[in-house]
Design a protein around this ligand. Structure first.
Ligand code: AOF
Ligand code: ZN
Length: 363
């Protein structure tokens, strides 16, 4: 393959990744997938997997291209599927359309749908797999993690950190540190999670609602989870007051009997767990494949220490909180701020006046 071709492959797959992103919040537990049909250098069809259970990206893109798809190259962010699920195999549609070549980012890791590349090759279609593989896997990291058979959710840990490394002022008074663009990004991230978790200290200090706002509605609203050893979540908290309309789950290790009864009466689900790892296992049995944890320092530190954080998402703000402020992590946690050598930075970009950094553990 010549260099020009390789550059064009990357360009069209970047376009396909951008299309995949349009399924954000709508496809879980399926991945987001995008596809572009190209003939003689022109885009003649585009598509994406818009919603769980709905048409796959390639079928949408091929339908848009119509008869011109014959002899074309199809760029797709996931290996075209070989098996029947809610949708029929995409390989059948590609073979029927007589496309000449398929370029895909990542192999489909599922037993049901994997193996498409081989089937396409057997039908005489050229297949190139693995272009922009890392980008495509990052977009759907919780999906690829689930496909490894892990018995816990993929855990993203999000925090806003001041220029002096703290998450709250000495008073613990809740205080907005990040700008509006960063806040909107947090709501976008919430829309891609099955559950949003916080420690009870944060629930008491900040009294958050943990819903998706400032972003389009996800297909399924994330369940709100409080890691709350003794079931101290106040009955007057916003979480409890809104529990009848939108589920709240309290995971406690030694939940107080009376407090538990009162929370249950208020519509909160309370489950006794034996450890943090057990709490994650409970969430997994309830179908949570992606948990977004939003603090505080104790929960964040425990997740990092126990190697249960798959991404650490840090919004660095220019604000300073001064001496006595609450540090982002407990000393010795092995977090990306104090032990960056243990982490790989997968994203760093400005967002308004803040900087977004995303870290993945080196495992
Ligand atoms: C593709 N193109 O656009 C998507 C794929 O139940 P189904 O039939 O919708 O299958 C879902 C599975 O298919 C999903 O877990 C993943 O393995 C694959 N997703 N494959 O060829 C697509 N969304
Ligand atoms: Zn498919």
């Amino acid at each position: 393959m010549n260099e020009g071709q390789a550059t064009r492959d990357v360009e069209f797959l970047r376009r396909a990744l951008a299309l995949a992103d349009r399924g954000w919040g709508q496809t879980a537990p399926n991945p987001m997938v995008g596809a572009v049909v190209v003939r003689d250098g022109d885009v003649i069809g585009e598509g994406w997997h818009a919603r769980f259970g709905g048409l796959h990206a390639e079928r949408v893109a091929i339908a848009a291209a119509g008869a011109r798809a014959e002899g074309s190259t199809v760029y797709v962010t996931l290996e075209p599927c070989a098996g029947r699920g809610k949708q029929p195999p995409c390989v059948d549609a590609l073979i029927a359309a007589k496309v000449a070549r398929v370029v895909a980012c990542s192999a489909d890791p599922t037993p049901l749908k994997g193996g498409g590349a081989e089937k396409l090759r057997a039908a005489g279609i050229t297949v190139d797999l693995g272009v922009l593989d890392a980008d495509a896997r990052e977009l759907n990291a919780p999906f690829f993690f689930a496909a490894t058979g892990a018995a816990r959710p993929f855990v993203s840990l999000k925090l806003a950190v001041s220029a002096d490394g703290a998450i709250a002022p000495p008073s613990r008074e809740p205080q907005w540190m990040t700008g509006a663009p960063a806040r909107a990004e947090v709501h976008r991230m919430r829309a891609n999670a099955d559950a949003i978790g916080i420690g009870v200290g944060t629930a008491i200090a900040d009294d958050p609602l943990l819903t998706v706002r400032h972003w389009s509605r996800p297909r399924v609203n994330p369940v709100r989870v409080v890691f709350d050893s003794e079931a101290r979540l106040p009955l007057t908290s916003q979480l409890v007051l809104t529990a009848p309309a939108q589920p709240v789950l309290v995971l406690g290790q030694r939940p107080d009997y009376g407090a538990t009864a009162a929370l249950i009466t208020a519509g909160v689900d309370v489950v006794q767990v034996t450890s943090l790892a057990d709490a994650l296992a409970v969430l997994h049995t309830r179908g949570v494949r992606h948990l977004l944890v939003e603090g505080g320092a104790l929960l964040a530190s425990a997740l990092v220490r126990e190697s249960l954080a798959d991404r650490v998402i840090i919004f660095h703000t220019p604000a300073r909180l001064g001496p006595g402020a609450v540090p982002a992590f407990v000393a010795g946690s092995g977090d990306p701020l104090s032990a960056p050598d243990r982490w790989t930075e997968v994203v760093r970009r400005p967002i308004g006046d803040d900087t977004l950094a995303i870290w993945a553990p080196r495992r």
